[in-house]
Design a protein around this ligand. Structure first.
Ligand code: UD1
Ligand code: CA
Length: 457
């Protein structure tokens, strides 16, 4: 193994004021720990070891699919103590990379830069300049600019507190060296903790150089301790994603009001996304697609030239090219629409396929159905797919015309080019190219009088 990555994630996260471990809180729909894990996963020949403490059960229940060695740090006696827990698993020859589970935006390029400098003669440390360094460990350099040690805020003198170069906590060192230094750590400091940061002075004592690297962007090394920081980094993260999309030729009417909680695996040119659109899970989006404001789309594939109007909720759906959806439409899981389908306002489709150029424009529920091509479904039509115990299928063949306010009591089939009269309750299969209707005869009652209000005197 070339590399061993330790993800320190045992801290309590008290300031989150949460019942859940801090690292399970989500950024862009993905837990903080997974962000760090996904980064580590991109490094080749790497063993990932995650140190956890609080909420171990919740953690393992949610994230047990991660390919990492989970090691419990039962008592959190400091970052040095955390690393001591896995000292026996550290190989002499490997490079050990230390990451924090609550620092989610670190980039691969920065880590690669850090790793390049590690050798038996050199430890690599990620530092950053902060206008307000309060709370962080300060980097102490000698008159030649060489790093000598790190002093924690609580142990720092007033002069040291004025130093603005701080420790990000992220570092890399050779396994054998690290193990040596860990054996020498003590907890003789203001917090009574075993500080990992004390290995810097020990390394310097050993004649090992401290090489510092800075991240390209400060946001990369920001940690999350409370909900304000979580919200702040969420916006940073979303803005980064928005910029990447715009770079690919997507118009975002307001990148500050765009949320992608997942991944767009493919997106065409000239897609236009209006404000407050939320995209979740995995999405494929064709070219020239327009997505109206306040729409939520999850795990779906959207063809070229599709227009989705305001206030739609779309989940696990496939939408064929040139289709028009909404406003106020709901596509539920397992909906498949062909080319040029129109789904209008207050229409709900569930587990159904609708073939090319069919129209369901107003106030309908279509569930468990197969709808053919060029079908027209009138306003207020519903499939009665559930008998209270089982779900049944409705089949509407090509070219059928379903009059408004029809109930199709499944299982039932409307054959090709059939016409159903408005207001019908269809309980049996209907023949091809024929008008079928079930409707009471209309009567007009001669001489009928409207009731009048009684005098209450
Ligand atoms: C640490 C550094 C400090 C640095 C800062 C950057 C030390 C002594 N100090 O301070 O120099 O500027 O990070 O954010 O290292 N953790 C464990 N087990 C423990 C303690 C911590 O796993 O016993 C984990 C936490 O979950 C967290 C990380 O280590 O992911 C850092 O812990 P935290 O308590 O936030 O360290 P700081 O005191 O902020
Ligand atoms: Ca911290």
């Amino acid at each position: 193994m070339r590399l061993q990555t330790l993800i320190l994630a045992a801290g309590q996260g008290t300031r989150m004021k949460s019942m859940r471990p801090k690292i399970l809180h989500k950024l862009g729909g993905v837990s903080l720990l997974e962000h760090v894990y996904n980064l580590a996963k991109q490094l080749s020949d790497n063993q990932i070891i995650t140190l956890y403490g609080h909420g171990g059960e919740a953690l393992l229940a949610e994230l047990d699919y991660l390919e990492t060695n989970w090691v419990e740090q039962k008592e959190q006696l400091g970052t040095g103590h955390a690393v001591m827990q896995v000292a026996d698993s550290i190989n002499d020859q490997s490079t050990v990379l230390v990451l924090y589970g609550d620092v989610p935006l670190l980039k691969l390029a920065t880590v690669n830069k850090l790793l390049q400098q590690v050798s038996d003669r050199s430890l690599s440390l990620l530092t950053v300049e902060l206008e307000d360094p309060t709370g962080y460990g300060r980097i102490i350099r000698d008159s030649h600019g060489s790093v000598m040690r790190i002093v924690e805020e609580k142990d720092a003198s007033p002069a040291e507190k004025r130093i603005t170069e701080v420790n990000t906590g992220i570092l890399a060192a050779k396994g054998n060296k690290l193990k040596d230094w860990l054996r020498k750590l003590d907890n003789d400091n203001a917090q009574g903790e075993f500080y990992l940061t004390d290995i810097i002075a020990l390394a310097v004592n050993d004649g090992v150089d401290i090489d510092t690297t800075k991240p390209a962007d400060r946001d990369e090394v920001l940690g999350i301790n409370d909900r304000q920081q979580l919200a702040h980094l969420e916006r940073v993260y979303q803005l980064n994603q928005a910029k990447q999309l715009m770079a690919k030729g997507v118009t975002l009417l307001d990148p500050g009001r765009f949320d992608l909680r997942g991944e767009i695996t493919e997106i065409g040119q000239d897609v236009e996304i209006d404000i407050n659109v939320i995209l979740e899970g995995r999405l494929r989006i064709g070219k020239n697609v327009r997505i109206g404001p306040h729409t939520i789309i999850r795990n779906s594939a959207i063809g070229d030239e599709v227009e989705i109007m305001a206030h739609c909720v779309i989940e696990d759906a496939i939408i064929g090219p040139g289709s028009r959806i909404g406003p106020f439409a709901r596509l539920r899981p397992e909906t498949t629409l062909g080319d040029g389908v129109h789904i209008g306002n207050f229409v709900e489709i569930k587990k159904s396929s609708v073939a090319s150029r069919s129209k369901i424009n107003h106030l309908s529920y279509i569930g468990d159905s197969i709808v053919g091509a060029e079908v027209n479904i009138g306003a207020g039509t519903i499939t009665c797919n559930y008998d209270g115990a089982n779900k049944h299928q409705t089949i509407i063949e090509d070219g059928a015309f379903i009059g408004s306010d029809t109930q199709l009591v499944a299982p039932v089939k409307v054959a090709r080019n059939a016409t159903i009269g408005a207001g019908s309750t269809i309980t049996r299969d209907t023949p091809e190219s024929t008008l079928t209707l079930s409707r009471c005869k209309q009567v007009s009652v001669e001489g009928w009088q409207r009731p009048v209000k009684k005098n209450r005197s």
